[in-house]
Design a protein. Structure first.
Length: 152
């Protein structure tokens, strides 16, 4: 009696195994697929979260430092670069000459960390360095700044 029950199960198992057998795997030909370079508008957000393309002025580090007279190169690439003037807008230096003549220095700006959001992209990080080191003490906390990127 047991043999009669086992024979149909054995036949069923053999059939199922035969249907799911390996046929040699996937065969790949030709070069690997490459990603299509994405082109579209690229923005950066300022201190207030507003998107800008190639801004001439930026407020950095909670409004403590203002970058102005910016001239951009390589905008839209993985690393956009600019040169401009950094100003101590919050008088962290004590503003020895008063608020009419705020301390400044020439600075190089690098934006990086492109993050795509729909049909546009945003830079997510900014690096600030003096054209002629060292940077003044009031610029110490603005060397690396994460930029706001809108939610997807």
């Amino acid at each position: 009696m047991r043999l009669r029950r086992l024979v149909p199960c054995a036949v069923l198992a053999a059939c199922l195994t035969g249907c799911g057998g390996v046929d040699g795997g996937v065969h790949v030909e030709g070069p690997a697929a490459t990603t299509i370079p994405w082109t579209g508008p690229v923005y950066m957000t300022n201190y207030y979260g507003r998107p800008w393309q190639r801004p001439k002025e930026i407020e950095v580090a909670y409004g403590r430092v203002r970058l102005h007279k910016l001239t951009w190169r390589d905008w839209g690439s993985p690393r956009a670069r600019a040169t401009g003037v950094a100003t101590d807008s919050s008088c962290m230096s004590g503003c020895p000459d008063g608020t009419d003549n705020l301390p400044t220095y020439r600075a190089d700006v690098v934006l990086s960390g492109l993050v795509r959001r729909g049909d546009v992209a945003f830079y997510s990080h900014m690096t600030l360095a003096p054209v002629q080191p060292p940077a003044p003490s009031w610029a110490k906390y603005t060397a690396n700044t994460d930029l706001e990127v809108p939610d997807a």
